[in-house]
Ligand binder design. Structure first.
Ligand SMILES: Cc1cc2nc3c(=O)[nH]c(=O)nc-3n(C[C@H](O)[C@H](O)[C@H](O)COP(=O)(O)OP(=O)(O)OC[C@H]3O[C@@H](n4cnc5c(N)ncnc54)[C@H](O)[C@@H]3O)c2cc1C
Length: 372
């Protein structure tokens, strides 16, 4: 049988499931290689809990090297920087080339700092998560505790991290001023009842909400909003609208406005059927879902099915995305807010315990000792 080489680029939430599944049920005639720029990949659902001090660094990371080994997948440590689609080769930062029959991209996104002057030099970006964790470590370990922290971006990620920072600093017996510059409104993607609970949680936990407030510039002493008002801060964290990796623009693959690879409902690129794209770095044509890790997780089974079909030479099947999803937001004080659709919103310690169980169950599938 022909040797079909599947190259998976990025160890995101979708590809870790591909590894697991092909480890459990190998596909005759296929071999897999995972290309990743890092060996430990973070699980964002547990990031706020880690910042708050609930989870260790190890608990919120998947060991891609161990997982690949257990699943019989080759691991190539490297950074993808381009695709030679004519020769079907992935181009790596070290000058290497990797031939593929089918390529799948699960690269994630990073905050778009280009709209805020000085952000690239003076701000801490929430992604890549490894960079955020390194910078937060320095913040917590510093001899001088920051007195004022500004979060730029009032989406669920910005809110969760701000609340988690409050918990972490309380453990350090420090009480810095923590504020969120939330643009027009906080968590606008959540339903109004959830938004109300989010605002109440921020007030309860002494996190100042600045809205409307758009940051135009970040400098060494803080930030300046679009009205010219100066906001003093020792640390500015940016969790704003994100963009897919810039190098995707060089591939000739059609992209959405945020640089994501445009795909059909089969998750294959609309430009090149040999290339799949999933998670935050992809956008399904005519489907305006927001970016969230839950969608990257849900795309696991349909991507696996279509990779198997591609290897067998069968027609691809469609992925039918659900419109809404269960959003759970940790408030950092042992409680959490959950909601779905236009009106459901609940809150309590039991919601946090539920989220903890869901996140730990997801991670257990990829831990050493799990079947695979
Ligand atoms: C603080 C925070 C909290 C969040 N909480 C939630 C939540 O509770 N629920 C939720 O649904 N979403 C949440 N999100 C959103 C979530 O993080 C993303 O939607 C999710 O991580 C996207 O997953 P992904 O698989 O597309 O990519 P990622 O998880 O970002 O994985 C991409 C991988 O590709 C690798 N990579 C990137 N470029 C290259 C390259 N050129 N070569 C090789 N490897 C590469 C990266 O190192 C990484 O391992 C949160 C985000 C943040 C910042």
């Amino acid at each position: 049988m022909a040797d079909h080489h599947i190259v998976l680029v990025g160890g995101g939430h979708t590809h870790v499931q591909v590894l697991r599944e092909f480890g459990d049920r190998p596909e005759p005639g296929a071999r897999l290689t995972l290309v990743t720029d890092r060996v430990m990949t973070p699980y964002s659902g547990m990031l706020p809990g880690h910042v708050a001090g609930v989870y260790s660094r190890a608990e919120m990371h998947i060991d891609l090297e161990g997982l690949a080994k257990r699943c019989g997948v080759a691991l190539c440590r490297g950074t993808a920087v381009g695709i030679d689609r004519t020769r079907r080769e992935l181009l790596l930062a070290d000058g290497g080339r990797l031939a593929y029959d089918t390529l799948s991209l699960n690269l994630g996104i990073t905050p778009d700092l280009s709209g805020i002057a000085g952000a690239d030099r003076h701000a801490i970006a929430v992604k890549p998560i490894s960079g955020l964790l390194d910078q937060l470590d320095r913040l917590f370990a510093g001899e001088v505790v920051p007195r004022r922290i500004l979060m730029v971006g009032g989406g669920p990620a910005g809110v969760e991290i701000a609340l988690a920072l409050r918990t972490r600093f309380q453990a350090l017996a420090a009480q810095p001023w923590i504020a969120i510059a939330a643009g027009d409104a906080v968590t606008p993607s959540l339903n109004p009842r959830m938004q109300q609970r989010v605002r109440a949680a921020l007030a309860r936990r002494d996190v100042t909400l600045l809205a409307p407030c758009r940051i135009a510039e970040i400098h060494a002493e803080g930030a300046v909003d679009t009205t010219g008002q100066h906001i003093a801060a020792d640390a500015v964290i940016v969790s704003t609208a994100a963009r897919a990796p810039a190098w995707l623009a060089t591939t000739g693959l059609r992209q959405a406005a945020d640089g994501s690879v445009l795909t059909a409902d089969t998750l294959a690129s609309v430009t090149d059927g040999a290339i799949f794209a999933v998670g935050d770095c992809a956008a399904i044509e005519d489907d305006r879902r927001e970016k969230a890790g839950v969608f990257a997780v849900r795309q696991g089974p349909p991507l696996i099915a279509n990779l198997r079909r591609r290897i067998r030479g069968e027609p691809l099947g469609p992925y039918r995305a659900q419109r809404d999803y269960l959003a759970i937001l940790a408030t950092g004080d042992g409680s959490a807010i959950a909601g779905r659709g236009r009106w459901l919103a609940v809150e309590g310690r039991w919601v946090w315990r539920w989220k903890d169980w869901l996140d730990r169950s997801f991670m257990a599938r990829f831990a050493a000792g799990s079947p695979g």
